[in-house]
Design a binder for this molecule. Sequence first.
Ligand code: FAD
Length: 383
Amino acid sequence: MKSEAKTVIIGGGIIGLAIAYNLAKMGEEDIVVLEKGYLGNGSTFRCGSGIRQQFGDEANIQMMKRSVELWSGLKEELGMDVEFRQTGYLFLLYDEEELESFKKNVALQNKFGVPSRIISPEDAKELVPPLNTEGIIGAAWNHTDGKANPFKAVFAYANAAKKLGVEIYEYTKAEDIKVENSEIKSVITDKGEIKTRRVINAANAWAKLLNAKLGIDIPIEPYKHQSVKTEPIKPGQIEPMVISFKHDGVYLTQEAEQGGIIGGYGLKYGPTYDITPTYEFLRGVSYRFTQIIPSLKYVNVIRIWGGYYAETPDGNAAIGKINEINEYYIAAGFSGHGFMLAPVVGEMMAELIVNGKTKKPLWFYDPYRFERGELRGKAIQMG
Ligand SMILES: Cc1cc2nc3c(=O)[nH]c(=O)nc-3n(C[C@H](O)[C@H](O)[C@H](O)COP(=O)(O)OP(=O)(O)OC[C@H]3O[C@@H](n4cnc5c(N)ncnc54)[C@H](O)[C@@H]3O)c2cc1C
């Protein structure tokens, strides 16, 4: 392990790796990523794989518009197929109030060039043949939303970063950050000390533990959310991500290559670091899946698992520079939408660090908004 580095990134999830890759791409040298387990073992490998631009606020729409542009080119850029497929997101709408609020979202999304639209229940059924349309009065649909393979995305970013000289140390835990007179001196790991002047906290559900060592308090709490995977079914049955807030935020989609259905719903526990799967979830998700797609009652569940939503009070991440300590940055607290944001967050953080500024809406994710009491509108999120 190196004893000195220009930049130390703590967290080998999709966010830490995307930042490392983008920094190296912009010409930064001497970058180290520390991961206390194996790459992706935190939230990233436990995610539902969804990628969407259908948000209800300008900043997330703009960020995701750019992120989807980046996702579209990742295969060529990183040299590995991350199975990005634009199979769309379909929000099922059951009453006038829901319909009105999604119409407003669609208008805002269209303003920023996202081609979402409201469609009829019949059109929704054409997109998802086994859909139960009972009670549905419309749906919000965007065909440029989609999904990707989290495992391949992590390895693609890690390998591309390594090719640009980034050093990645797995099973290496950052235990402390030494600071003197507001200047970072080093990161203490369980394998030794790395002298550095710059640290990026990309530890998501564990971000607050690192912050606490520095006397910094940003409200990011770990909540257990769960996901399920079924045996493969005939291809092309449920290609879009299908969501119903009327059924407690249930979401499901068919994997692009493997053909199983994956998804979850809004049951959450916490704050907690216990992510043991629960029978309550298995029953609840099975019931809700079959309300939306009745024929799924004939399909076997092969796996359920728990993972972290690292949640802030408004469901949006804390991203930016920490004022109290020179060259200390954070990009954490991504709730249920950090996987999809990773390419654009990587690009934005690299711009911020290398150029000192970015044209992307960094202000929206200001880590200090909580202490000022300036919460954003709650981000639209599934699960
Ligand atoms: C059930 C479920 C479904 C989801 N579905 C979606 C979805 O469909 N779409 C989407 O966009 N998002 C989804 N998410 C959210 C998504 O998984 C996360 O937002 C995203 O993975 C966050 O990436 P990250 O790199 O910030 O965090 P992580 O992947 O958690 O990475 C942080 C890493 O930091 C490491 N670490 C922590 N502390 C230390 C330390 N002291 N030293 C060294 N390493 C440390 C951890 O081990 C971890 O690997 C879902 C999450 C769950 C749980």
